[in-house]
Design a protein around this ligand. Structure first.
Ligand code: C2O
Ligand code: CU
Ligand code: CU
Length: 514
């Protein structure tokens, strides 16, 4: 079986990482069989109308078989459809990943989330346009044994979204321990395109992890360094599997990628140089497919690909690799997984040339008319990553973090070195910037002349078309995004999705006022 079977030692050497680390089991206790009383943190559906889909979702401690030998202790989501179509949840076999939500735009959903972890948690629906009470802000965490009820209508376009924990200071370790899942939305336009479906529409969740000799997860072993820079694992897991390979037929596939890693950036390419055809980004389908030689996929970002194996020979294989780039984690080439061409089926479906219509926020006018709100990312005085010099505060916003319902705004993220003796760290660190509660458009990138070299090693892989909720901002780069605050008022978040940076406080509230 070829796939990610680089031996652990080789991998350590390859990525130049020290193997010293403390075990995650310091904070992941053995399975306990306590069944605490269920407390309802929010009242059930106020409307009194039965939701289209009712789901019970638990965060539990568990064990999964990732390697032969000892099972790996993980934390994971477990779900059950209480009412609505059975396929509203799809379980991926043999993985710690949570069930895939499989829903349609317009459906009403109620999720009963029960926390069976030994510490507080809350679920965030990453990329979804939901009311604040359903957004999973860290102030909404529930204790062990409590249940939180989410009520929302699926308002977003067809696309690949996801969910993960969001307790302040613990998002990194909880996601790392296994808590994450995909949230797939379909809509009429997308279904009418006849894109590959069923067995030919597959999730590819990429994560990096490190394990000790007893197959247990390691996290944070490099102490401050892991925190400041972000954790990098020494092994790639795909869909939660260490030896993932993809058996395929000679036909087109729709592959949905999520970079579910805490900090690692991937520069995705086929090893034989086949160009990559992109159908969609964070917020769903593009207007038309685009092609790139490689894709830069930052933590939390998704990309949907059209991969046509119809010209490949049965018995051959094609590997997806991450190529080297000049930024943290970009040292060398390594394989993520291989597709094994196993069966000749002679199915050739044409790639649709028109995928969707992107209702634009009237870009040009906006860019000229609006003065951007700028958000400077730098290392603050407390050796902490900050946004405009500030770090996370649970309940408050500053004046310049209040926006008006219905407004269209330009935000400009600036990844700047602040010359506080931390220059080297600033220089090598890109920040994937995420805004809760909406999808935005990327309208402009500018790079400092003297930072151009590193930027050049990733920039052709930025898919700036379409809708996004997370954008990678390279050192020395300024990225302008266009956002509109629709439908909901209240407290949302914007933050770096390098989860170690987020946990250290590289996160702020913004408030939508009516
Ligand atoms: Cu996936 Cu606050 O984010
Ligand atoms: Cu989010
Ligand atoms: Cu960051």
């Amino acid at each position: 079986m070829t796939s990610t079977n680089i031996s652990r030692r080789d991998f350590l050497r390859l990525l130049g990482i020290s193997s010293a680390a403390f075990a995650l089991n310091a904070c992941v206790p053995e399975n306990t069989s306590t069944s605490p009383a269920i407390v309802t943190a929010t009242p059930a559906s106020k409307s009194g109308i039965t939701p289209d889909i009712e789901i019970s979702l638990k965060a539990i401690t568990d064990e999964v078989q990732i390697f032969s030998g000892e099972a790996t202790r993980v934390w994971r989501y477990q779900g059950q459809v209480m009412s609505g179509p059975d396929d509203a949840l799809i379980t991926i076999p043999d993985t710690y990943l949570g069930p895939i939500f499989n829903v349609k735009t317009g459906q009403t959903i109620q999720v009963h989330f029960t926390n069976e972890l030994p510490e507080p948690s809350i679920v965030h629906w990453h990329g979804l346009h939901v009311p604040v009470e359903a957004d999973g802000h860290p102030r909404l965490v529930i204790e062990t044994g409590e249940t939180y009820i989410y009520d929302f209508t699926v308002a977003d376009r067809a696309g690949t979204y996801w969910y993960h924990p969001h307790p302040h200071g613990r998002t990194g370790v909880q996601a790392y321990a296994g808590l994450a899942g995909l949230f797939i939305i379909h809509d009429e336009n997308e279904l009418s395109l006849g894109l590959p479906s069923g067995d030919y529409d597959l999730p590819i969740v990429i994560q990096d992890r490190s394990f000790d000799e007893k197959n247990q997860l390691l996290y944070g072993g490099n102490g401050m360094m892991d925190q400041m820079m972000g954790f990098l694992g020494n092994q790639i897991l795909v869909n939660g599997q260490a030896e993932f390979s993809l058996p395929v037929e000679t036909r087109p596939y729709r592959l949905r990628f999520l970079n579910g890693s805490n900090s690692r950036i991937y520069k995705l390419a086929w090893d034989d140089g086949t160009p990559i055809t992109i159908l969609g980004t964070d917020g769903g389908l593009l207007e038309e497919p685009v092609q790139r030689d490689y894709i830069t996929l930052a933590p939390a970002q998704r990309v949907e690909l059209w991969v046509d194996f119809s010209k490949d020979k049965v018995g051959s294989e094609k590997s997806l690799v991450s190529l080297p780039f000049t930024a943290y984690g970009g040292g060398s080439t390594y394989t993520l997984f291989s597709a094994q061409i196993e069966k000749d089926v002679n199915v050739s479906a044409p790639l649709p040339q028109k995928l969707s219509s992107i209702i634009s926020h009237d870009e040009e006018k906006a860019v000229n008319r609006l003065s951007p709100r700028s958000i400077v990312m730098a290392m603050g005085s407390g050796m902490q990553w900050s946004l405009n010099g500030r770090t996370f505060e649970m309940d408050s916003v500053d004046k310049d973090e209040i926006v008006k319902l219905g407004d269209l705004e330009v935000w400009e993220f600036k990844n700047q070195s602040n010359g506080m003796g931390m220059g080297m760290m600033n220089e090598s660190l890109p920040h994937p910037m995420h805004v809760h509660g909406l999808q935005y458009q990327i309208i402009e990138r500018e790079i400092d002349e003297d930072r151009r070299d590193a930027w050049e090693t990733l920039k052709e892989g930025f898919i700036d078309e379409g809708w996004h909720d997370t954008v990678l901002v390279m050192p020395g780069e300024r990225v302008k995004i266009l956002l509109k605050f629709k439908d909901f008022t209240g407290l949302y978040l914007y933050h770096c999705h390098n989860l170690e940076h987020e946990d250290m406080g590289m996160m702020r509230n913004y408030r939508v006022d009516s």
